[in-house]
Write a protein of this length. Structure first.
Length: 280
């Protein structure tokens, strides 16, 4: 970026005009919404979200009424984005996503880029993150990793992406929509059967599950389950760490719980798995 295009922001207030507040929302447990996020949403003149139903539900749960609502999603036109830029120039605007952090694997990035070009500040209001949840329970010192996110849906592009991943020497982070969980597990089992995978489903929810297993074991472990998920695909052929006594005790308890889904089952084919506590 040429020197005359460098933008330097000095933060002096909690919420001010000529800015966009990127407010992270809970990924499952409503209790994870920060006090600062609530303060920003209450003070905002305009709240931008992906779906009107989800934004309205969030604001109603906080007792917040009378806010102007705008939508920013994959269907948003460039002209609508231009109007949002003008709103950020004159009003207090908060951007939320259906869950998690706006602007990350999210249509909000388009608005942030336009605002930066107009020298209008975007300010993060951090919160729950499925990526950080996965890294925190990985049990590995993951100093480097590749965040690949969503793989292409097009068959040829998807095959090319898998081919590229086969040469990657770092752990790769993948995610997708709940209804594609089974498909991705089958693809990983076929292409990387001997690679270790750490899979996190429904973080911060009552159905939260973490599974560590070889890719070839995942289709059996997951079955027909649909869940919000994120995973780490480890490089090369690797081994699963030996289960601890506490792991084995929990597996025994799980075997007697008929309410568990296939991903929570103790029939894990040698994979190491554990289910962290319920809502905090």
């Amino acid at each position: 970026m040429p020197p005359d295009q460098v933008v330097v922001w000095h933060v002096t207030g909690k919420l001010w005009k000529m800015s966009l507040e990127l407010v992270a929302t809970p990924i499952g447990d409503a209790g994870d919404l920060s006090l600062r996020a609530i303060e920003v949403l209450k003070a905002a003149d305009v709240v931008i979200g992906e779906e009107r139903k989800e934004v309205s539900k969030l604001l109603k749960s906080l007792g917040i009424e009378g806010k102007r609502l705008e939508l920013l999603n994959e269907h948003t036109r460039d002209s609508d984005l231009g109007e949002m830029v003008e709103l950020c120039r004159t009003s207090r605007v908060a951007l939320v996503t259906d869950c998690g952090t706006p602007g990350f694997c999210d249509p909000g990035a388009r608005l942030v880029a336009l605002l930066r070009a107009e020298k209008i500040q975007s300010r993060p209001v951090p919160g729950a993150s499925s990526l950080m949840c996965l890294l925190s329970v990985s049990g590995s010192n993951m100093r480097e990793f590749l965040f690949r996110g969503f793989l292409p849906a097009d068959r040829e592009e998807r095959a090319a992406a898998f081919s590229e991943l086969s040469r990657e020497k770092r752990p790769v982070i993948l995610m997708d929509t709940p209804y594609r969980l089974g498909k991705l597990m089958a693809e990983l089992a076929e292409r990387f059967p001997n690679r270790r995978v750490l899979l996190g489903c429904d973080f911060t929810q009552a159905t939260e599950t973490v599974v560590e297993a070889f890719a070839r074991e995942l289709p059996t472990l997951i079955g027909e389950r649909k869940a919000e998920f994120i995973l780490a695909l480890y490089p090369g052929e690797s081994t699963i760490p030996a289960a601890t006594k506490s792991d084995r005790r929990e597996s025994s308890r799980d075997a007697g719980d008929t309410r568990r889904t296939p991903a929570n089952s103790s029939r894990n084919g040698g994979g190491r798995k554990f289910t962290p506590g319920r809502r905090r």
